[in-house]
Design a protein around this ligand. Structure first.
Ligand code: ADP
Ligand code: MG
Length: 552
């Protein structure tokens, strides 16, 4: 009988290659992890101060510095946070996957507001080895009488721990960059990686190019040196209360974050604390023309730390046409995407965002109808795409869907059907190309009939969708089924010769023996003739074209 309980042991020889290869797909993630650790260290110190376990000296300017030294092949991340003692290094750094952040939160669970601490898994620090051959930690703890400690490791399983050199509270991480990370030894890629991940982190981040500083010193120019500017905005707009944000602030934020100098049409400020924490701003961009790439950009943040762009698993696909930021500290973002896809919590977030967007649109329709109409040409592809992709969204917005008529007015389907009941027999006539179909439009206008314009590429799938959802709505292109009110009663016998001649002609011309032609006479019309192709035949043709079959 074998009967034994025990704990599995993880050997770092095994886990290092796994971390390096699999944990993070992007090399540049080390920037995010180390700078967020630095910010965490500052947040923790501030919490200790609030809880009365430490007093932050006056005039403390909390900051993180990133120093690049191309000559020495090093990158340093320096903070003035709480630092570590030798024991803490042993516990938090040497024990891989023992997260100090978790430990800290557990220890101060009720007193500290845990939302603001970024770390979770206790693996972030080791992302340093994706770019560095050797990593050094030089740190001095906030604890009274602490001695500085230095830890060094070359990515193997051995480390050294000795007395350090720091004289001020905080931590310096030094990366001795190896071959795998050499792209980061230049100012531009390193700086733009910091900007990518850290633009909204909560403490000032400064970039220092040490080699440049040296050259400056050598040439000894006594120019007025400008006050160095942090790379980040520590108070992102989305964290402010919507009532405290001005229109100009929203616009400026949009310009800066999305580099889009066309003003957004309007925006939605998401601000939710319960049952989950979610903040963000979604902008409806102005689309210049139909051919412009409609793809927007939604940046996902976790506690002010940029995580990814356009995560389909969290944000409903149709919302990716918008531009915006979403900050959700509760999202388990280091786990795989397939997990996110199936996670109930993630679905709730996604539903919440969808609902907010629908609410905003219906609100605009009701309270600012004029603006709504003004925006419609820009937003309708988005609203239609959303309706196609998400039934819940469709049911919320279906009553505010409007259509531009050939008279330039905007009208809902319901009103259109009601207004044109007599002449149209409940059909909704539409135009796909105002120029090509101009003679039909003319004909309609002469007869005081109306049609709506559906000329966007989303419109074909969209009307099929509406037909499948709303039983009493049937669409017909303006050049397909003619309304009865345009037809003149005529004798079939009289039209027979014309029918036969035309049928033969078209059968030959189109090489189709089964083609059927029907001739009808119209009233009120000053055209010699016009061709009409039934709605079904045309849709069939379009379908087969789409799927690459030969024409009918
Ligand atoms: P996590 O951040 O998820 O806890 P990390 O691997 O990023 O995991 O870091 C492990 C632990 O090491 C942290 O929780 C923290 O206790 C400690 N640590 C890392 N960097 C610093 C730093 N700059 N200052 C103080 N402590 C740090
Ligand atoms: Mg971390």
């Amino acid at each position: 009988m074998i009967n034994e309980n025990g704990s599995l042991s993880i050997h770092s020889e095994n886990i290092f290659p796994i971390i390096k290869k699999w944990l993070y797909s992007d090399h540049d993630i080390f920037v995010r992890e180390l700078i967020s650790n630095a910010c965490d260290a500052i947040t923790k110190l501030k919490k200790l101060d609030i809880m009365g376990e430490y007093t932050i000296p006056d005039n403390t300017h909390f900051k993180v510095e990133v120093k690049l030294n191309e000559n020495n092949k090093t990158i340093q991340i320096i903070d003035n946070g709480l630092g570590m003692t030798a024991d803490e290094i042993k516990q938090y750094i040497n024990q891989i996957a023992f997260s100090g952040a978790e430990d800290f939160l557990n220890k101060y669970k009720d007193k500290a507001n845990q939302e603001q601490i970024i770390g979770h898994f206790g693996l972030g620090f080791y992302s340093a080895f994706m770019v560095a051959d050797t990593v050094t930690i030089d740190t001095l703890s906030y604890v009274d009488g602490a001695t500085p400690v230095k830890w060094e490791c070359d990515g193997g399983t051995e480390f050294t721990l000795s007395e350090g050199t720091r004289t001020e509270r905080g931590t310096t991480i030094t990366l001795h960059i190896g071959d795998e990370g050499k792209e980061f030894l230049r100012e531009y890629p390193l700086k733009s990686t910091i900007e990518k991940y850290c633009s909204f982190m909560p403490y000032d981040i400064f970039f220092i190019n040490e080699n440049e500083e040296e050259t400056k010193k050598e040439t000894d120019t006594k120019e007025e040196t400008e006050e160095p500017q942090p790379l980040n905005d520590t108070n992102p707009l989305w964290l402010k209360h919507p009532n405290d944000c001005t229109e100009e602030e929203y616009k400026a934020f949009y310009r800066k974050v999305f580099m889009d100098f066309k003003e957004p049409l309007f925006w939605i400020h998401l601000n939710m604390d319960y049952p989950f924490n979610l903040k963000g701003i979604l902008f409806f961009p102005k689309i210049n023309n139909e051919y412009e790439n409609m793809e927007g950009r939604i940046k996902l943040f976790n506690n002010q730390v940029f995580v990814a762009d356009n995560i389909k698993e969290v944000i409903p696909e149709f919302l990716l046409l918008l531009k915006g930021v979403i900050d959700c500290p509760d999202l388990p973002l280091n786990v795989s995407r397939s997990f996110l896809q199936n996670d109930g919590f993630v679905r709730k977030i996604s539903d919440y965002i969808t609902k907010k967007v629908a609410d905003k649109l219906t609100g605009l329709y009701k309270t600012e109808n004029e603006s709504f109409i003004k925006y419609w040409d820009d937003i309708h592809p988005f609203v239609k795409f959303g309706s196609l992709k998400d039934d819940k969204f469709y049911s919320k917005v279906k009553d505010i869907l409007i259509y531009k008529s050939i008279y330039g007015e905007y009208i809902s389907i319901k009103d259109y059907i009601e207004k044109n009941k007599e002449k149209n027999k409940d059909k909704v006539f539409y135009v796909t190309d105002e120029q090509q179909q101009s003679q039909y439009i003319e004909l309609f206008k002469q007869n005081e009939m109306d049609a709506i314009i559906l000329s966007h590429s989303i419109d074909q799938p969209f009307i099929s969708h509406i037909e499948s959802q709303e039983k009493d709505v049937k669409f017909a292109r303006i050049d397909s089924d003619l309304s009865d009110s345009l037809k003149e009663d005529s004798n079939e016998e009289e039209l027979k010769p014309a029918t036969e001649t035309l049928e033969n002609l078209f059968r030959k011309a189109l090489a189709n023996e089964n083609l059927k032609v029907k001739v009808e006479s119209l009233k009120n019309i000053d055209l010699s003739s016009m061709i009409i192709l039934s709605e079904e035949s045309r849709r069939m043709q379009e379908m087969s074209k789409m799927y690459g079959f030969a024409g009918l």
